[in-house]
Design a protein around this ligand. Structure first.
Ligand code: SAM
Length: 236
């Protein structure tokens, strides 16, 4: 990855993956959190879901973790002075804890589904709740473009994701598709940045702009066949 051009596009965006505040509220309601819940935003990116977590669980403490120092700095700046939030650099495979809930939007699959679920289970309290979004096929026969969208990652059916959660020791409380609005909330600001950077972009930057623009365009073509499934599951 050419990180310099990646961050030219991605620095300062409101979020780094698809997601919507309503999904956070839905997941927290399913979790039935204690008043003073400890919540981890695992793979928090620039912290785009932290406001929604605090709105859904006003008495909670949120520990936001990401491996990329520049996202950690962005999230930290966004919540500077809020005693309910701490942001730290760290790895999904070795989260601090234990937590009442882990919110993991578009990040668990960086470890692979099985290893990701096992890592989250280690960082939860007994009966703790994991909410994660995971690449999913919404049709039994996704086309070649929908399959290629995940660049080799083995996206599964909703049933396959629920089965993996069960095998990892979780009881699934609910699943739903991350809505198109959640994807647009990620792609639209990115596309505005791409347009702003186009004039005068050198070949290296143009290549990154093309790559990012193509991802959004591809998603709009395949969104009926694939996307993220949000899965909320309790450790049994
Ligand atoms: C698709 S982005 C989603 C960011 C954020 N959850 C959001 O929805 O805006 C995935 C994030 O996971 C982080 N990440 C990927 N693998 C990680 C790992 N092993 N440990 C910690 N963070 C990781 C990336 O740095 C990135 O910020």
């Amino acid at each position: 990855m050419d990180w310099e051009t990646f961050f030219a596009v991605h620095r300062g965006l409101p979020r780094e993956g698809p997601g919507a505040p309503d999904d956070v509220a839905w997941a927290c309601a399913l979790a039935g959190l204690p008043e003073d819940a400890s919540i981890c935003d695992a793979g928090c990116g620039p912290g785009g879901d932290i406001d929604a977590l605090l709105a859904a669980a006003p008495g909670a403490r949120v520990v936001a973790v990401d491996r990329m120092a520049s996202f950690v700095a962005e999230a930290d700046a966004r919540f500077a002075g809020d005693p309910r939030v701490s942001v730290m650099e760290g790895d999904l495979g070795a989260l601090p804890g234990p937590f009442d809930m882990i919110w993991c939007a578009g990040a668990l699959y960086f470890l692979g589904l099985q290893d990701g679920l096992a890592a989250m289970a280690r960082a939860l309290k007994p009966r703790g709740v994991l909410a994660f979004s995971e690449p999913c096929f919404f049709t039994e026969a996704p086309g070649a473009e929908a399959r290629a969208f995940w660049e080799g990652y083995p996206a599964r059916s909703a049933e396959g994701i629920a089965a993996a959660a069960g095998a990892a020791g979780f009881e699934v409380l609910g699943t739903r598709k991350v809505p198109d609005a959640g994807w647009e909330a990620y792609y639209r600001p990115m596309e505005a940045r791409i347009s702003a950077l186009r004039p005068g972009a050198d070949a290296r930057l143009s290549e990154m702009l093309d790559l990012c623009a193509a991802e959004a365009a591809t998603w709009r073509r395949v969104k009926g066949e694939t996307g993220y499934l949000l899965c909320v599951a309790r450790l049994t």
